[in-house]
Write a protein that binds this ligand. Structure first.
Ligand code: SAM
Length: 297
């Protein structure tokens, strides 16, 4: 069991050594900041609550720091890396583990249903655990949620500021359409705050680990999800504008040629004052507004 005696991939020494050995420099354009703190990995693994039967999906294994931990805890690990230069590194670092599948490609272009069919069984329980490349945090999270696959937990390291937006409630500066979109699908929890100093190279921002737990059903009933999300996006279009003005200016309403009176009347029917701003509406109020608009406009 040589690999158990060897220093963990996540140690600063081994990270530097691997970069040197393979002649690599981190690519900023791909969000490459390698984590060098085992305590943070402990926290991510504890939040994901693996048991031996569960599968894992990782986005961006890098040198394999988190992949190694996933391989030790999960039945099967699928890890998707865009940077081909890292393949030989991973082949070396992950060599002791037979349960890891490295998929080379852009996560945003993958068909997640096909990936699941290829590597997992229909009734498998799968956690997503990743230290995300920050330039695509939001599209990655939305892709995972919109796929409507039965992920057990999604535990991801992201920019602190985005983590706060995901879990923000009405009335706060961070609250926006991303908060609603994520909270519609899951419960959110910030598991750890992570300083920029534990990465090689250091990013320009601090980070946080968030745990998203999929809800059995959304917290509100909406007649049509696409319509609901379009209403939410419109209401936050310009934060300083009222809901009525934002709705009137949004392409989604403008192309229907609707008058100010009709928009205000629908808002009143939904029991929402047209002069309020989007950031004051709860998810229940957005649902009520969307359901009323869906019927009336
Ligand atoms: N997991 C490693 C760690 O914790 O040290 C590396 C994390 S690093 C923040 C992000 C990783 O995502 C890099 O390895 C990068 O090459 C990879 N990556 C960037 N864009 C990607 C994409 N579109 N699809 C898959 N992987 C991507």
């Amino acid at each position: 069991m040589d690999h158990l005696k060897q220093e963990r991939i996540s140690s600063p020494g081994r990270t530097k050594e691997l970069l040197r050995e393979f002649g690599l420099h981190a690519k900023k354009s791909l969000g490459q900041n390698f984590l060098t703190d085992s305590n943070i990995l402990d926290k991510m693994m504890a939040a994901a609550a693996f048991d031996a039967g569960k599968g894992a999906l990782e986005i961006g294994p890098g040198l394999g720091a988190l992949t190694e931990r996933l391989a030790q805890a999960a039945k099967t690990v699928v890890t998707v890396e865009i940077d081909r230069r890292l393949y030989p590194v991973l082949q070396k670092t992950i060599a002791p583990y037979q349960n890891v599948h490295i998929v080379l490609g852009d996560f945003l272009k993958l068909d997640l249903h096909e990936l699941w069919r290829t590597y997992f069984r229909e009734d498998d329980k799968v956690n997503v655990v990743a230290n995300l490349p920050y330039y695509i945090t939001t599209p990655v999270i939305m892709k995972l949620l919109e796929a409507k696959l039965p992920w057990e937990h999604i535990v991801v390291m992201i920019q602190k500021e985005v983590a706060e937006r995901l879990s923000a409630g009405p009335g706060s500066k961070q609250y926006g359409s991303l908060s609603i979109a994520v909270q519609y699908y899951c419960r959110t929890e910030i598991v750890a705050n992570v300083p920029r100093t534990v990465f090689i190279p250091e990013p320009n921002v601090d980070s946080a680990v968030v745990k998203l737990t999929l809800r059995d059903r959304p917290p509100v009933h909406v007649e049509n999800e696409d319509h609901f999300f379009a209403v939410v996006r419109s209401c936050f279009f310009q934060r300083r504008k009222t809901i009525a003005n934002n709705l009137l200016g949004s392409p989604f309403i403008a192309k229907k040629d609707v008058s100010r009176q009709s928009v205000e009347s629908v808002l009143r029917k939904a029991d929402i004052d047209p002069s309020r701003r989007g950031e004051t509406l709860s998810i229940e109020e957005f649902a009520r507004l969307s359901n009323t608009m869906f019927k009336e406009i």
